[in-house]
Design a binder for this molecule. Structure first.
Ligand code: C2E
Ligand code: MG
Ligand code: MG
Length: 737
């Protein structure tokens, strides 16, 4: 059995065929081994024209042990050997028997030992060990006795060789099935069926396999594999096959659901699960014998089980490597493809891009998942239309698509064009922008995952600094990302080790200089006493989700401390707490709020939540109802850093907030820059017309406080009055008149 090449399916040599031509010959081959020429002749005479079980005898002759070995090496299917014990040496015959059984491995041929002189009888052990059928002295062997002995030996040979043939056949069926099992996908499997069966019977591979076309015409059987002269039938429906006889045989097989052994062909039926039946047509030329049919039945049963497994595996593989919503490769498949590309020599020829739809999760929240799915489908369609044909497109995360293409194709201009036109989606034109992270594979040291990581770093970078644009991966970005990861780890551990604390910055009435409230601000002190500024770690906490637990902790600390402040001063004080959009998006945010209020027992009207204009990015309906729920508890809402975002005026009005916080940048500039001053004026006018309270942040100069008062802003916060203070310092601040 040649199995050197695993890909090449069985190539059967003569010996391994359970049933081949010589086996079906019309004679029994008898080898006479004797150094006495007369014995050859007399045996020939004695048995001339005799039939044994309906077959003639065919004699082969050898005059020495060496000649006998040569004959046995060359000729197959020798049924009986009539062997002279004493030839060149006294034990030549027995030596030869040993060679036949042990060295030539011939266990089927029956052996009758003959000797001229009595007294040369072999030991009983030898007769047993070498499987010798008979031992006779030549004088004993009359014609009749010779005939009887020979008949018995031939019968025994026939039984042994039939048993061996079916045993060999069965083991080949099992091997063939397990080889088939390794085939990937149904059509490859089907092709394997042809090769394996034809191999099994030593036929040239000529055949076709058909199955119902599940994806296009489920009522039609399609040729899914074909071999030999029938190769051109592949992918044709049965009714379109040029050879009507084949089409007819296959349709009949599928209809009757049984194997059919014809005179020149064989059709085999393989029942599959859920209308996945298959039928095979094989050109067998002559009718198969019983053993062949039995083996085929075993093979078919075995294969049917295998086919089920293949169909299951195909399905599993599809799930493992394909995105079930968008029907394109998934992340795993993409990483494998990257691995392959990275093994190629010319890495600079291939570029990896990650495309992230800007604001997809907001759109998804706002318009519902069905719309989100439709949007993703439209994006895939657009990408498939616009990208070159040999591009690999995969979905690597919710709204992130991976593209692997030639560097030449993925140039800036092509990518920018992708979403310039709106997507037609459910009769509306949806404008989209996408941020793209890009890396050429020659930048990558590691494997597919590392490549994806690099492109993702570029993408993240783009999201932060160049939304809607293309960002190329650089080594610096990698360092930056590592630094961010380290910072985030440190932040987590600082939080766990209670290295974070809250400070409070007084808010003042500009007219009376009286303390009216405080803003809670988070602080992180390193082990060496230095501080990490919030503008470094808050965005990190936001993007990692840590802000949810961090924000809750700040809220509870602030409420708790407010309780203490009021106890010591006796006067009501407003407590402003910053809240991130991410916290708002938490489904249980209201419960968190209620818990903090209940725990501290503070008056909800003293609590103010500061949100930034980015809340405008959240779905309006959702935001309006959430803010109403919050306001229904008596809690106030302020819009922080007002003027830096893009909230629309009508939306602002609907949001039902209490206060606008004029951003520090305008306050800082307003005395030098007319533009900034006019913005401050406008915000104040806007606040007045919407009947909102106003507070200015970042007041450092008396002149700024005075100008703000003149313009109509009556509250302020800034270093001019006080820096953010720890609780004891704040208590002291409150004591000073
Ligand atoms: P913000 O809410 O606008 O806070 C005001 C920032 O201005 C604070 O910076 C404060 O220290 C600073 N500031 C106040 N007066 C002056 C002044 O006169 N001059 C100057 N130059 N700066 C002044 P901080 O504490 O560094 O906080 C930065 C930002 O981090 C905050 O801006 C807020 O957006 C965020 N943040 C701080 N704590 C929290 C928190 O607990 N949760 C959330 N979500 N964000 C927080
Ligand atoms: Mg604030
Ligand atoms: Mg601010």
């Amino acid at each position: 059995m040649s199995t050197e090449n695993q890909d090449e399916l069985f190539s059967f040599d003569d010996e391994t065929h359970p049933h081949d031509d010589a086996g079906e010959a019309n004679t029994w081959r008898i080898l006479i081994v004797d150094d006495d020429v007369d014995v050859h002749q007399s045996t020939g005479f004695a048995l001339a024209n005799t039939e044994v079980f309906g077959r003639q005898l065919e004699f082969l002759h050898a005059y020495s042990a060496a000649e006998a070995v040569a004959v046995l090496r060359e000729q197959k299917h020798i049924a009986v050997i009539l062997l002279d014990v004493v030839m060149e040496a006294d034990d030549s015959g027995l030596q030869l028997v040993r060679i036949i059984r042990k060295e030539l491995g011939n266990t089927e041929a029956r052996i009758i030992l003959r000797t001229g002189q009595p007294g040369y009888a072999p030991e009983m052990e030898a007769i047993r060990d070498y499987d010798i059928n008979d031992y006779k002295t030549k004088s004993e062997l009359s014609r009749n006795r010779l005939y009887t002995a020979l008949t018995a030996a031939v019968r025994s040979y026939d039984q042994i060789s039939a048993l061996n043939a079916s045993r060999r056949g069965l083991s080949m069926v099992i091997r063939a099935s397990s080889q088939l099992m390794a085939r990937q996908g149904v059509s490859e499997f089907a092709a394997g069926i042809i090769t394996q069966i034809c191999g099994l019977f030593g036929l040239p591979p000529e055949g076709v396999v058909c199955a119902y076309d599940q994806s296009n015409r489920p009522d039609q059987a399609l040729v899914i594999a074909a071999a030999g002269s029938l190769t051109n039938c592949i992918n044709q429906y049965l009714d379109a096959l040029p050879d009507h006889a084949i089409a007819h045989a296959l349709s009949q097989c599928l209809r009757e659901r049984v194997n059919n052994y014809g005179a020149h062909f064989t059709t085999l039926f393989f029942p599959g699960q859920a209308h996945n039946d298959m039928a095979a047509y094989l050109q067998t030329e002559k009718p198969l014998n019983e053993l062949d049919k039995q083996l085929l039945e075993v093979f078919c049963t075995n294969i049917t089980i295998t086919l089920d497994n293949v169909q299951l595996l195909t399905q599993l593989k599809d799930h493992a490597y394909n995105d079930q919503l968008l029907h394109i490769p998934n992340r795993l498949a993409f990483v494998h493809a990257l691995d392959r590309s990275l093994r190629e020599d010319n890495r600079s020829a291939t570029t990896l891009a990650l495309i992230d739809i800007d604001g997809f999760s907001e759109l998804n929240d706002a318009l519902g998942h069905q719309h989100g799915d439709a949007l993703l489908r439209a994006v895939v369609e657009r990408l498939q239309q616009r990208l070159p044909a040999d591009t690999l497109l995969a979905r690597v995360a919710g709204d992130v698509f991976g593209i692997l293409a030639t560097t030449q194709m993925l140039d800036q201009a092509n990518l920018i064009e992708l979403f310039r036109q709106p997507l037609a989606l459910e009769q509306i034109n949806q404008n989209l922008s996408a941020t793209i992270g890009l890396t050429c594979l020659d930048q990558i040291d590691g494997n597919g995952n590392d490549a994806l990581k690099a492109a993702n770093i570029a993408l993240k970078h783009g999201k932060q600094h160049q939304r809607g644009e293309i960002c190329h991966f650089t080594r610096d970005m990698e360092f930056e990302t590592r630094a961010r990861v380290r910072l985030l780890q440190n932040l987590r551990s600082a939080f766990d080790r209670e290295r974070l604390f809250v400070v409070y910055q007084p808010q003042i009435s500009l007219a009376t200089r009286q303390l009216i409230g405080v803003e809670a601000l988070l602080r992180w002190r390193n082990d060496d006493g230095s501080f990490v500024p919030p503008c470094d770690f808050i965005p990190l906490a936001e993007s990692s989700g840590l802000i949810i637990s961090l924000g809750e902790w700040v809220l509870r600390s602030a409420c708790h401390d407010l309780k203490k402040l009021m106890k010591s001063s006796g006067q009501p004080l407003r407590m402003a707490v910053n809240v991130s959009v991410m916290q708002f998006r938490q489904p249980n945010y209201l419960e968190t709020l209620d818990r903090a209020l209940a725990e501290s027992g503070i008056d909800p009207r003293l609590l103010e939540l500061e949100i930034t204009e980015s809340v405008a990015m959240l779905e309006p309906g959702f935001m309006i109802s959430l803010l109403n729920e919050i306001k229904a508890r008596g809690i106030c809402i302020a819009i922080d850093d007002f003027g830096t975002g893009f909230s629309s005026l009508s939306y602002l009005e609907q949001l039902n907030v209490d206060r606008l916080k004029i951003d520090i940048s305008f306050v800082r500039q307003m005395e030098q820059s007319d533009g900034s001053r006019r913005i401050v004026e406008t915000i104040i006018q806007l606040g007045k017309s919407l009947q909102l309270e106003l507070i200015a942040e970042g007041i450092e100069q008396t002149s700024q406080a005075e100008l703000l008062t003149r313009l109509g802003c009556h509250e302020g916060q800034g270093y001019l009055f006080s820096k953010p203070l720890e609780l004891p310092a704040l208590l002291a601040f409150m004591q000073t008149p």
